[in-house]
Every structure is written in C-alpha cells, then in structure tokens.
Ligand binder design. Structure first.
Ligand code: B12
Length: 234
C-alpha cells in the first residue's frame, strides 16, 4: 500500500474528518488492503499523534472527540470486514470483554473483540465503564474462559485490579483467566496485579487468549457451568 495512503489515513484522524476516514477505509478494502494493515499503519498512528498533541496541550478535548469519531468511522468500515474474514470456525472459547469502571475509551477494546470473534472466540462485549461485579456476573453466566479488561487512563488501571479481586471474592478466579491491556498498561502492571496475561495490541491479544484457552491449567472439570439466563451482546 502506498505510504501516501497511510499518510492520508493518519491525517484524516488528526483532522477529525469522519467522511474522509470512512472513504479512505473503503478505498483500502477496494484495493485489497488487509483491514488490520490499514488500522495499524494508517489510522492508529493518527490516534497516537492526537494523544501526544493532547498531552502537550496543543489540542483540546473537542478535537480528541472529533478524532475519535473519525476513527470510529474508519472502524465501522473495517471491522465488519475483519470479522467476515475470520469466516465460520469452530468455537474456540468464551471471552468477556469490557473497559474498566470510570473509563469510556472503547476503540481499542472493540478492536480486540472483533479480532477475537474473527478467530472463532465467542465474545461478550460489556462496553465501557464496567464494574468488577458486572464482569464477574457475566463471566459466571456465560462460563467464560477469559475475562479481558481494557484501561486507557492511569486512574482506571486500578479497575483492572479490582476486577481480579472481585473474581477472587466470588470464587471464580481459579477457573477464569484474566488478561489486561490498554495504552498505559504494561506487562509489569499485569504481573503486579496478578493477571494471567498482557496484550499490547489486538493481534497479541488473540495469541494470548489462544495460549490461555489451550493451557491445560484450565481443566474441563474446573470450568464454570453456564447459568440459564442468556447474556445479550452489546
Ligand atoms: C480517542 C481518545 C479519547 C476519546 C475516546 C472515544 C472512544 N469512544 O473511545 C475521548 C475524546 C472520549 C477521550 C476522553 C478522555 N481522554 Co482520551 N484518548 C484518546 C486517544 C487519543 C486514543 C485512544 C484510542 O482509541 N487509541 C486507538 C486504539 C486502537 O488503541 P488502544 O486503545 O491503545 O487499544 C489497543 C491496545 O492498547 C490494546 N488493548 C486495548 N484494550 C485492550 C484490552 C485487552 C484485554 C488487551 C489484551 C489489549 C487491549 O489493543 C488495542 C488494539 O491494538 C488516547 C491517546 C492514546 N495514545 O492512547 C487518549 C488518552 C487515553 N486520553 C486521555 C485523557 C486524559 C482523557 C480524558 C480524561 C480527557 C478529559 N480531560 O476529559 C477523557 C477521559 C474520559 C473517560 N472517563 O474515560 C489520556 C490519558 C492519560 C493518562 N495518563 O491517564 C490519553 C493517553 C491522551 C494523553 N496523551 O493525554 N479520549
């Protein structure tokens, strides 16, 4: 893919231009570009730049919001294609995903969910601002193999710890693996809070979940039995 196109994608995010971002995403698909390539090399670098400019007070909240809208327009085109490319696969495992309490950043978490779905996992996306109790209740209801908690703010990273504590308190922890991610999250933090894994991006999240689900440490007999009630997708 020409560097110019990636540069245009990046710029459409910086400019907060949803129409432009959406049509560049469509063009990429028409040209046979892999959706993840467009996301990782075109649109995400724009978001990173926006984050840096915001930190340096060069832009303000409304600008960041406009950039997020542009990112969502691009993802709206690319994510269905990403999911479709996964095709029909045998169910690989059940994942409950959400963004920690107090945190409304959803773009990265949603991308992780889409890619997991494309790889055959059944994903229950609880959305944003999710309490530990809700993660635990859903994990129990759907017999989750893995709970994934996203946090984009240094303040809401604490929510990841509290999800683990809640799962422990409710007796679910031995049977449910917990993975964490999000821009400020590190492997070290994951270790500190006793998570089972850390993923730096959506692709590593898939590899991580695969390795955890395949791990013999989660014995079949240890799996939580699903409850009667169904959980709706968000
Ligand atoms: C877009 C954005 C917003 C949008 C979010 C819109 C939305 N619908 O999601 C809006 C404008 C609403 C917003 C609000 C705020 N934001 Co903001 N935001 C960003 C920005 C620019 C991009 C985030 C993003 O979408 N990145 C693109 C995606 C694809 O990447 P990602 O989220 O990192 O996800 C990838 C990986 O991290 C990983 N991953 C993510 N989740 C998970 C989960 C698991 C389990 C795994 C394994 C992996 C994984 O995989 C993903 C895909 O590759 C970042 C800057 C940055 N560099 O992150 C700031 C940033 C996160 N925001 C910041 C701030 C300060 C705020 C506000 C507090 C601003 C304010 N004054 O109100 C509010 C907080 C609101 C709240 N309560 O949550 C700061 C946080 C600083 C800090 N140290 O805590 C940042 C870093 C900007 C900065 N440099 O200052 N923000």
């Amino acid at each position: 893919m020409p560097t110019d196109t990636f540069a245009a994608m990046r710029q459409s995010i910086i400019d907060g231009a949803p129409d432009q971002a959406g049509s560049l995403a469509k063009q990429a698909l028409e040209q046979g570009i892999a959706p993840l390539e467009a996301i990782d090399h075109g649109f995400v670098p724009g978001m990173s730049e926006v984050g840096e400019q915001f930190a340096q007070h060069k832009i303000f909240l409304p600008d960041m919001l406009a950039s997020a809208e542009a990112m969502k327009a691009a993802m709206g085109v690319l994510e269905p294609e990403l999911a479709r490319q996964g095709g029909e696969r045998p169910r690989a495992g059940v994942v409950v995903l959400g963004t920690a309490k107090g945190d409304i950043h959803e773009i990265g978490k949603t991308l992780v969910g889409t890619l997991l779905t494309a790889h055959g996992f059944r994903v229950h996306d609880l959305g944003v601002d999710v309490t530990g109790e809700r993660f635990a209740a859903t994990a129990r209801e759907v017999a989750a193999d893995v709970v994934g908690v996203s946090a984009l703010l240094t303040t809401t990273m604490r929510g990841q710890r509290s999800v683990i504590e809640t799962l422990e308190r409710e007796g679910l922890r031995p049977r449910v693996k917990v993975i964490v991610g999000g821009a400020p999250v590190t492997r070290r933090w994951a270790e500190e809070i006793g998570a089972d894994g850390y993923g730096k991006d959506a692709q590593s999240a898939v590899a991580l979940v695969k390795s955890l689900v395949e791990s013999p440490a989660v014995a079949e007999s240890d799996r939580i039995q699903p409850e009667e009630s169904a959980v709706s997708h968000k």
